[in-house]
Structures are given as structure tokens and as C-alpha cells.
Ligand binder design. Structure first.
Ligand SMILES: C[S@@+](CC[C@H](N)C(=O)[O-])C[C@H]1O[C@@H](n2cnc3c(N)ncnc32)[C@H](O)[C@@H]1O
Length: 214
């Protein structure tokens, strides 16, 4: 896509009613100001084109969903698709996940999904990974007590790193599987497959899954 088309999309993004470019302004008020109801809010962190966020929202119409990403072009696709399908329980927010406590108040969020995040293999201490201890501590603050974090990944490195972090920090581990589709799946939300996931499966990779409460 050329620069002019990209600039047009960025300008349009600011006009979309389901996109928040200054999301910190809604901190503590997402239920009332974004959704106009008190339904539980689920986040997808690093939502890309929003495929997982939108699929979850169709499966759980009595829940609200916010997809978070820093890339405006991908959020444009996510938000446009949600608008075209009149998905009223879906919104998107553009910000760096590092700033998540500035965007959501304590206990404002019910659940967090992280699907196929970058494993940052060269980041030897793992501080950039979305399941690094400093990120999980931020998630703990915004989650309701007992709130779940779900991670789906094709990366052995990220799976092992996350499992070790969950154990070291004494978070409550609920599930950890190295081949999600090998066994019957009890939670249908786990069967959603984004374009990224389909590519990984086509290349013969297995999908790993971890679920824990910080
Ligand atoms: C590999 S993509 C996965 C997209 C989507 N979850 C899927 O499965 O199709 C990872 C996404 O996370 C976003 N991302 C990575 N680190 C981020 C950060 N610190 N803050 C906000 N977005 C981030 C990237 O922009 C990218 O869109």
C-alpha cells in the first residue's frame, strides 16, 4: 500500500466511532463511555487485524471486547471489519501495552487474551515479551480478582519462558499444553484461528496454550 493510501487510513481511523486513539481519557469509565453497559470487558493484547477479538465478541455477545495494538494500519482493518458487521460489543484502542495501567483502572478488566505475540528471540532477558514479569504485574493490577490471562503461541521459546515466569512469580497456573489440537478442546474460544495461526499450522508447527491468573 502506498504512502497516500496509508495516510488516508490514518486520518479515517480518527473518525471511527469504535477506535480510541487517546484511550487514557477513558480510564475507569470504559463500561459507561465506550459500551454503555456493565458487561464484563475482555482485552486482546497485540490484536493485529482484530480477527480473534471479533470472533470472541461473536461467541460472547454479553461481554465487551477491546483489541489493543500500536499499529494503526492493522487497527484500521480491525475496526473497519467490526463496523461493517455492526459488532457493537467491540472496540479498539491504539497504545503501547507498556502503558496499560494508564489506560485501564484497577479491576476494570475481566480477562486478557494474548495471541501469537512476538517471541523476541534475541531479547535474552525477555523483557520485551508480553509475558515478562513486569507486564504480568501490570495485568494483575487491571484484572478483577481471579481474572484469567490466556496465551496462544507457536513459539517454544515463549511457551517455556511464560511457564517459567508463571511458576517463579507464583501465579496460579490453570492450563499449559504444548499441542492444543491434540486433545479435545473444552473451551470453544480456543478454536478461533487467525491468519497467523493458520500459517503456523500450515507450516507444521504445534500451537501451545497457557492459562493463568496473575
Ligand atoms: C504477530 S502479531 C499477532 C496479531 C494477532 N494477535 C493475530 O494472532 O493475528 C503481534 C501484534 O502485536 C502488536 N504489538 C507487539 N508489541 C506491542 C506493544 N508493546 N504494544 C502494542 N502492540 C504491540 C504488533 O503491532 C502486532 O500487530
Amino acid at each position: 500500500m502506498g504512502n497516500r493510501a496509508k495516510l488516508k487510513r490514518y486520518a479515517e481511523l480518527a473518525t471511527f466511532p469504535n477506535v480510541y486513539l487517546q484511550p487514557q481519557e477513558l480510564r475507569g469509565q470504559w463500561h459507561a463511555r465506550c459500551f454503555g453497559n456493565e458487561h464484563p470487558i475482555t482485552l486482546e493484547l497485540g490484536c493485529g487485524r482484530g480477527e480473534y477479538t471479533r470472533a470472541l465478541a461473536l461467541m460472547q455477545p454479553q461481554h465487551n471486547f477491546i483489541g489493543v495494538d500500536i499499529k494503526g494500519g492493522r487497527l484500521w482493518q480491525a475496526a473497519r471489519s467490526a463496523l461493517d458487521r455492526e459488532q457493537e460489543n467491540v472496540a479498539f484502542a491504539r497504545f503501547r501495552i507498556e502503558f496499560i495501567p494508564d489506560v485501564f483502572a484497577e479491576q476494570e478488566i475481566e480477562e486478557i487474551w494474548i495471541t501469537f505475540p512476538d517471541p523476541f528471540p534475541k531479547n535474552s532477558r525477555g523483557t520485551r515479551r508480553l509475558t515478562a514479569p513486569h507486564f504480568i504485574e501490570k495485568y494483575r493490577r487491571i484484572l478483577k480478582p481471579g481474572g484469567l490471562v490466556h496465551l496462544k503461541t507457536d513459539s517454544d521459546l515463549l511457551f517455556e519462558f511464560t511457564l517459567a515466569t508463571v511458576k517463579q512469580c507464583a501465579h496460579s497456573l490453570h492450563h499449559a499444553v504444548t499441542d492444543l489440537y491434540k486433545w479435545p478442546i473444552s473451551d470453544p474460544r480456543l478454536t478461533v484461528q487467525t491468519r497467523f495461526e493458520q500459517q503456523h499450522l500450515a507450516e507444521g508447527r504445534t500451537i501451545k496454550y497457557i492459562c493463568f491468573t496473575p
